[in-house]
Write a new protein. Sequence first.
Length: 401
Amino acid sequence: MPRAIWILVIGMAINVTGASFLWPLNTIYINQELGMSLTVAGIVLMFNGAAGIIGNLIGGKLFDRIGGYKTIIAGLVITTSSAFTLAMLHESFTAYVVLLVGLGFGAGMMVPCMYAMAGSVWPEGGRKPFNAMYVAQNVGVAAGAAIGGLLASYRFDFVFIGNGIMYLFVFFLAFFFFRNLQGERGAGAATNVFEQGQLIENKKRFNALLILCAGFLVCWIAYSQWPSTISVHTQNLGIPLSQYSLLWTINGAMIVFCQPVIKFFINRWVHSLKSQIYVGVTIFMGAYLVLAQAEVFTAFVAAMIILTIGEMFVWPAVPTIAHKLAPEGKAGFYQGIVNSIGTGGRLIGPFFGGLLADLYGMATVFYVLTAMFIIAYVTTALFDRKITDQSFSRKEESTVS
């Protein structure tokens, strides 16, 4: 990979590591340390997620207006200042809520910019830059959750301080290196999104993105059951929390170490980005059919392994297609849409799954989600029907990294 992509990958990994210090522990802290109910904790996390969605959209538009470097720096100023302020004021519930919203908004601004920059500095890389960013995110999640849990076992204060320090590292990395990345391609690949004409082809491409993202939303609604309804389901079955946590260790390890296998499979048998999504969605369906029958830990391990294989096909493919669909000057905006849809799925999913589980039981949740994946098949088949350049349907020379 080019040096520029490695810099972005390192930045993404550190950024997500810092964020992952906190997000697995938010509910525990709000409930046990601040004395609030789980319902209140859920509402607070919804505020955080909603702020992330707004940050995604604004960050994407700012990328197109002022470029990735300035937008990422602005996001880092918000996240770093919020993190260090939270380290000082975390005993106040009001301050906790406000600063968690700040963290969500600032982090939301950065992610679509990093994806858009990755695509712009290595356009000939095809899927590779987006797959590299996806792997970096998962390395950050695995490392951050583990380190954050270790810090919390000593003192919760250390989690907040560590969160701020990691964001500070990313700030310095961005300040000294990201400006040069932008300079290599010219800040301007980002022309003003608001000044572009409403060309018919551009409207078709935007509509295509929305159709594709409808299926992406379904995938995220299903995926979000794992940290919500499925976690409770495992507890009700008597599976220890330590074993449930191990499932995420398996997930992160597979994403990092199974890349060569996925690369071989895609190079040998998968001939397009659309086919990559079809394969991933089919594998997703298999995971939820296994879950419908799961009553012991080994069955959940099997389901997680299947799910992880599916996500390695789907998650990098969607931002890659978004990059290909984006007219010049709208790369950031399109990545912002994709990231917002993912965040929206994580917001809707727990409520949707919880409601179904309360009314009809967990088996019904899994069967309904399995059926809903058909929507992803349909949207993938239809999204590019009116697009002139259907490169998503043809084999690419460049595949996963």
